[in-house]
Design a protein around this ligand. Sequence first.
Ligand SMILES: [Zn+2]
Length: 136
Amino acid sequence: MPEYNLNLPIINQDTKAFWEGCTRHELLIQKCKDCNNFRFEPAAICPHCISSNYSWEKVSGKGTVYSYVVYRQAPQPSWASMVPYVIALVELQDCGVKMITNIVDCTPEDVKIDMEVEVVFEYATEEISIPRFKPV
Ligand SMILES: [Zn+2]
């Protein structure tokens, strides 16, 4: 595996199950057991009803581009080889939550609002794979 030089996520007790799912190439989203709303990013309590009861639901990883920007300058030296790249808000088909992510496997000019995408998992370390999205 090539060395992963980009920033790694900080894993805590609220995000641990999410990142463990990504390592298995499963996209897990929290669902409140009291009001049934999905939420992202992972959090200890529901932003809708403040319940701390939740489950992790495996979703398909299919979604659409809700919005995006193209970065043409690297925010940090480690990202220099990545530019230009796309940071997008992807709305997940199964649960309606929006994830901040990257669109990969296409040029920034190929990315369009409402474009159908699906998750891919980029190996970073043995404990972490990063969910990004590619065109369907
Ligand atoms: Zn709730």
